[in-house]
Design a protein around this ligand. Structure first.
Ligand SMILES: Cc1cc2nc3c(=O)[nH]c(=O)nc-3n(C[C@H](O)[C@H](O)[C@H](O)COP(=O)(O)OP(=O)(O)OC[C@H]3O[C@@H](n4cnc5c(N)ncnc54)[C@H](O)[C@@H]3O)c2cc1C
Length: 569
């Protein structure tokens, strides 16, 4: 299940997709590890990577939807292969994943627009090797996108001039397709919002600085009397606001695969180092705590992979009547990315000093993994979103036709017509209990199911009162507990599809049982928890079923990774 550049050939994709993914791996491997880490530490801008991507038509092929692709049959918006490329790029570092990711975001408002001229311009800009940027955030306003100081003033002839600043804008130094969010001067309410198309090469577009000390260019830019013609307008009014949120919906899906790629490379480096390091006459991997940490890391990474791959299926099968992806997506965002942090914390503990050396990949991964849970909405913002789906998911299941594996070469056009970003409480889900019941023979799945049922009971018998419901510190912990149930559901669905060995699934649920207990203890300690809630928390604690044979089986799988891959020098 892990990406191995030595053997990478995703046979489920079409020939051109496979060629481009392979070419990307080959480009990084030929360039080598020394250059990768040196450029990282010396903060060298990744122009060579952008040149490679331009020469191969990589972004143009992967990021032009079919309706704007002209006669090129290889172009489509295909979430399965977008996910694959996100993983490959992050495998070689978040600095290469990021310019791709913000191109995805920058294109979101354009592909959602009915402005055909703007879409054609973006398609041509991609063909010319250009990248995109998403100009939403501002220095003073953080997540509060209602507040914008990017002000458009009517120019008297149907257009506007835009003046204002944007902050934290990836590719803001070089993108030829910059989607900028602003407001029209003198207009109140939702009608004031606008998304428009800008180009960083225009003389009225001023790059102020890179706001991060990194290879990535995360720009502060200012527009001064930037001419916004009618043909540059992408969205107005409430549609502009929805385009912002729907773009983030599309873009944030890449973060989980970023976390998977980053963590996978780190795991290879860590196990190879630890197994070959002899202390007191024995390999470091003989220490029981080191084995436990590796098995946990492998179990967590397996869970990340299974959940994310299954989420692709729901993402690609979404339509106005099936918006289940709106729950699975923030879970890929906050849960899978925090799991990536957890894996790197485990690995970092094991390799100790090796995780700080200038020549290794591990320090890059350790340093950059922290960004993933914070971009495209923090953990708190995504947990708050997840919480909106909780009643319908737990208490009002609904039958749906089964969603199968979606790696077919389809164009995911629905993502660009998601509609208003409201009505989340109306989304219904298939019954989570069914897949848990089918796996009840696995002891740790059975234990976790007990915990999930206990959570339903908590909401029925000791539900948060009005004050607790208004206390985000309390509801976020509830959200963590709830998230685990959804997480486990899709993990089981994907494990069933792939026929993953039961030892490995058991190890994943060993972790989930402990995580549930940990969050229950957290709830117990909350300032406002009632005696009934505290009692519930204690009663929901479980010790995973210990199975030495299963542990050893998973350990052997981890050990097999020692020496399996090392980046070419
Ligand atoms: C490396 C990097 C690259 C970036 N790239 C881009 C980009 O290309 N384009 C772009 O537009 N932006 C980009 N951003 C901006 C990023 O999306 C912002 O971090 C985001 O807008 C949140 O703003 P903030 O970090 O200032 O946090 P704030 O909004 O100031 O939040 C502070 C705290 O308040 C909490 N909070 C805020 N709102 C809520 C809520 N509704 N519910 C619960 N808690 C809440 C947060 O969890 C957080 O803990 C980038 C940021 C970084 C660091």
């Amino acid at each position: 299940m892990l990406l191995d550049p030595n053997r990478y050939d995703p046979a489920h994709f079409d020939p051109e997709t496979r060629r481009l993914l392979r070419a990307t791996i080959d480009w990084f491997e030929a360039r080598g590890k020394q250059r990768l880490v040196r450029d990282y530490h010396e903060k060298v801008f990744y122009q060579d990577f952008l040149d490679f991507a331009a020469a191969e038509g990589l972004f143009a092929t992967f990021l032009t939807p079919a309706r704007d692709a002209g006669p090129n049959a290889d172009k489509r918006w295909d979430t399965a292969r977008i996910a694959a490329l996100s993983e490959v790029l992050a495998f070689y570092g978040l600095n290469y994943w990021y310019p791709w990711q913000v191109t995805v975001l920058g294109l979101g408002p354009v592909w959602q627009s009915e402005n055909a001229a703007a879409r054609q311009r973006a398609a041509e800009a991609l063909d010319a090797g250009g990248v995109g940027a998403f100009g939403l955030s501002e220095k003073e306003h953080g997540a509060d996108i209602y507040a914008s100081d990017m002000v458009l003033t009517p120019d008297g002839s149907g257009g506007y001039t835009a003046t204002g600043g944007k902050y934290y804008i990836g590719n803001g130094n070089c993108a030829t397709t910059v989607s900028v969010f602003g407001r029209v001067d003198g207009v109140e309410g939702p009608d004031q919002y606008v998304f428009f198309y800008a180009d960083s090469t225009h003389p009225n577009y001023h790059v102020v600085k890179n706001v991060v000390p990194s290879q990535m260019y995360v720009a502060e830019f200012r527009l001064r009397d930037y001419p916004v013609r009618a043909e540059d307008i992408l969205h107005t009014g409430e549609a502009a606001f929805s385009a912002a949120l729907n773009t983030v919906n599309i873009g944030k899906f890449n973060l989980c695969f970023g976390g998977i790629g980053l963590t996978t490379h780190a795991l290879y480096e860590a196990i190879t180092h630890a197994h070959n390091r002899i202390l007191y006459g024995n390999p470091v991997t003989d220490f029981p705590h080191v084995r436990r940490q590796f098995v946990d890391a492998c179990a967590r990474l397996t869970g990340m992979r299974l959940f994310s791959d299954r989420a692709v299926d729901y993402f690609r099968s979404a339509n106005p009547e099936d918006r289940r992806y709106l729950l699975f997506n923030p879970i890929t965002k906050m849960k899978v990315t925090t799991e990536a942090e957890a894996v790197l914390a485990l690995i970092g503990d094991i390799v100790a000093a090796k995780g700080f050396e200038a020549d290794n990949y591990l320090p890059l991964a350790k340093m950059d993994v922290n960004g993933l849970p914070k971009l495209e909405g923090t953990v708190a913002v995504n947990l708050a979103l997840i919480g909106k789906f909780m009643p319908a998911y737990l208490f009002q299941p609904q039958a749906y036709p089964r969603v199968g594996t979606r790696t077919d070469p389809a164009d995911d056009e629905f993502l660009f017509r998601q509609g208003p970003a409201r009505g989340l409480g109306k989304v219904r889900f298939h019954d989570w209990r069914e897949v848990y019941a089918r796996h009840a023979h696995l002891p740790n799945v059975a234990l976790f199911t007990e915990q999930a049922n206990a959570f339903v009971e908590l909401l029925s018998t000791a539900a948060p009162d009005a004050a607790q419901q208004g206390d985000m510190d309390f509801t976020l912990t509830l959200g963590e507990l709830f998230t685990l149930i959804v997480y486990g559901q899709l993990i089981l669905e994907q494990a069933e599809i792939l026929g993953v060995d039961s030892h490995l699934v058991g190890a994943v649920f060993d972790v989930l049982v402990r995580d549930f207990s940990r969050h229950a203890v957290e709830l117990h300690g909350k300032r406002s928890s009632t005696p009934a809630q505290q009692q519930w928390a204690v009663s929901a604690l479980r010790k995973p079923v210990t199975d030495a044979a299963a542990f050893d089986a998973v350990w052997r799988q981890v050990l097999a990774l020692s020496g399996a891959y090392e980046m070419k020098p």
